[in-house]
Design a binder for this molecule. Structure first.
Ligand code: V1P
Ligand code: CA
Ligand code: ZN
Length: 397
């Protein structure tokens, strides 16, 4: 099918894909929204359209305990590696589980948890190393992107922060790294990890509604600890959005803000979390983005021609998550125009019936049912851009 679609290696640069299919076998529990099986569907589309012919595919190894300890606390890792699945905290009493925020409905202890986490991180670390040695110019790790994990705490379906680990690796060879996060949730774990350095700028776009929407952080004026002595001051950018944002509005915000940030910060590499829960019809998300709108952000970033890692992240309607990450892979290898011309999912795609519509790029109505009403005003979007423009005055490199 690579032949059928005319898919070949892009000229002048190399793309790599870092993935361990063992990840698919892990289950958070029957009612939990995080389904590693969405990775199976993404793989189905990527292979059915013949994309592996155009990139270097690496079987991601598991990250070592030592590698994980570059960010995470030793006692937390120790506990993650040894905690028994389904362990219930004793009634009413404080337990170790509470200390690390484990064994709650968001972050259950499941069978093989430590393996799952270390494979996710292994892929992201491999990706970062290929970017460092310039063996790849774009590296994809759709099994990564777990942006909420903290140094010694699990949070929001994330246990190990593979993104922080990968950025730490990038910082060995690049002076400044820009982190972009289009998951519908605030990228709080990554933001916090780099609060005190001016070598990483973080920008998260997210739904912000502190009382009702997880994690409740990431307001427009939350730009990290501000002090004369903190070089990281002003380097955390937040774009708080409301329900129902559309492709046009989101794309405009994304391009305007990223363009300005790149001009001021002058990054040498980019790490981008592509959480697909910002798509319309997501089980947890509330935005109206289509696959083409979501992927338009990736295309814009690719055109900056900086070394780039693409991570997965959230995404809770598996068939659409798979569509987004497959189409974004096609952008990386520059065959998205060919695929958009004939987006019909090939007959031989594994699990084809699971995709419901035949198209890789179904319309908003097809993936959404009813679109959410758009609660984002032009006035508020302008205020956000104004605030960020002011903030960036402090960041001239
Ligand atoms: O809202 C919460 C917690 C529960 N409240 C006490 C606060 N948790 C959310 C977590 C969302 C995590 C998103 C992760 C990511 O950014 C990156 C991978 O996408 C939550 C939700 C929700 N609707 O926001 N947890 C659950 N739903 C949930 C539902 C069923 C079973 C387990 C968890
Ligand atoms: Ca985000
Ligand atoms: Zn999310």
């Amino acid at each position: 099918s690579a032949y059928q679609y005319g898919i070949h290696r892009p000229k002048g640069y190399t793309v790599s894909n870092h993935y361990n299919p063992e990840m698919e076998k892990h289950h958070f529990g029957p009612t939990h929204p995080m389904k590693p099986w969405r990775l199976t569907l993404a793989k189905s589309l990527i292979t059915a359209f013949g994309m592996p012919a155009a990139m270097d595919s690496y079987h991601a190894r598991a990250a070592t305990h030592d590698e994980l300890s570059n960010f995470h606390a030793a006692d937390y890792l120790e506990y993650l590696a040894t905690a028994a699945p389904q362990q219930k905290p004793p009634d009413g009493s404080e337990s170790t589980d509470n200390k690390f925020n484990l064994a709650n409905p968001d972050c259950p202890l499941f069978d093989g948890l430590y393996n799952y986490c270390s494979m996710s991180a292994g892929g992201s670390l491999d990706a970062a190393r290929k970017i460092c040695t310039q063996a790849s110019q774009i590296a994809c790790c759709w099994g990564g992107g777990l942006h909420h994990a903290k140094k010694a705490e699990a949070s929001g379906f994330c246990y190990i922060n593979d993104i922080v680990l990968a950025i730490l690796e990038l910082l060995r060879c690049y002076k400044r790294v820009l982190y972009l996060d289009i998951d519908i949730h605030h990228g709080d774990g990554v933001e916090e990890a780099f609060f005190s350095t001016d070598r990483v700028m973080t920008i998260s776009f997210h739904k912000y509604h502190p009382e009702t929407f997880f994690p409740g952080t990431g307001g427009l004026s939350d730009n990290g600890p501000k002090s004369e002595s903190n070089p990281g001051s002003h380097h955390a950018i937040n774009v708080p959005l409301n329900d129902g944002i559309t492709d046009d509005q989101y794309g405009e915000m994304f391009k305007t803000i990223v363009r300005k940030a790149v001009d001021s910060f002058q990054p040498e590499a980019i790490a981008m979390q592509c959480g697909a829960d910002s798509l319309g019809g997501d089980r947890l998300g509330k935005f109206n983005l289509q696959v083409t709108g979501h992927a338009g952000c990736v295309e814009f970033v690719k055109k900056l021609r900086l070394p780039l890692i693409l991570f997965g992240g959230g995404g809770y309607t598996p068939r659409n998550v798979a569509r987004a990450w497959a189409f974004e892979t096609s952008i990386a290898i520059d065959c998205h125009r060919k695929i958009a011309e004939n987006p019909r999912i090939p007959d031989h795609a594994p699990w084809r019936a699971e995709f419901r519509q035949e198209s890789l790029l179904p319309s908003l109505e097809e993936i959404l049912g009813e679109p959410k009403s758009n609660k984002n005003t032009k006035k508020r979007m302008d205020e956000i851009i104004m605030h960020i423009t002011e903030q960036l005055r402090f960041v001239n490199k």
